[in-house]
Design a protein around this ligand. Sequence first.
Ligand code: 13P
Ligand code: SF4
Length: 327
Amino acid sequence: MTNVISPTSKATNESLLKVLPEIELAALAPTIAEIEALKAERNAVVLAHNYMTPDIYHTVADITGDSLALAYAAKETDADVIVFAGVHFMAETAKITCPEKTVLIPDLDAGCSLAEGITGADIRLLRERYPDTPVVAYVNTSAEVKAEVDICCTSGNAVQIVESLDSDRVIFLPDQYLGKWVASQTDKEIILWEGSCMVHERFTGEELREYRAQHDGVEIIAHPECPPDVLAEADFVGSTAGMINWVKDNKPNKVVMVTECSMSDNVAAETPEVEFVRPCNLCPHMKKITLDGILESLRGMKHEVDVAPDVAERARASVEAMLAVKV
Ligand code: 13P
Ligand code: SF4
């Protein structure tokens, strides 16, 4: 078969075949080759979130990671163009940290239920209600919201960011479940916003107890956007990158990754010795990003993500404050 995997891929062709049939990989080869040629021509990189499907994650992605790793990567790359294979707030964060670069997203409708549930005006009201209380925003927010808060965080550094603040009380938004998880890990008082992720809120503790009963010795690892009854059943809680590293470090015989389901496919291609029990909750926003969409994006240099300079400047302060906290 044609070797379609880019040199940066962490899977071998053989292991990728476990999650993508050979016939499908061969059919994708011309698209992948054209994307690679356009990347070289335009000095572009593809930053891909861990929830991308394996045909993106293991082929044209130059850098893969969680929101935090991708925020650092956007800042550090010397490419002129970043194609963001992820959702809009992630591409916006890249544009905020590197305004001189062209940031493209293959589908402008790739949103996020958390980002859509809160506005800049909401933050201003919260500030009136809780004066002198620092506001931490999960990066799953719009630039307009980032511009109003003191500091951002991701699921990979939320506890450390909250702990870094010189206040016993912190407003944490918009994800109530990540906020509750943080509250369980710190002595600070956490004021929550009632947002949630439409993908992770669907998991239940009961579902996980059934997996345990059906699969002897299974390890359960979960993303902190899950509700507390789900996290109570988990053997490990961490960001998407934290979960991937946990599987690679611990090599369990069997694991359930309680998060968006493409991630299990991606890790399965890299850890063939681990059996994945796959609950399948797809993020409809992440799934708007396709290999064909990436090709179209590079061909037509669309869709360019822009943030108004005054908003970007204030949002940058919150993102940079986050990136300055060493985890
Ligand atoms: P991570 O920062 O853990 O990659 O999570 C982002 C996200 O949107 C999870 O739903
Ligand atoms: Fe947003 Fe949830 Fe999708 Fe992540 S999985 S992008 S939090 S809707």
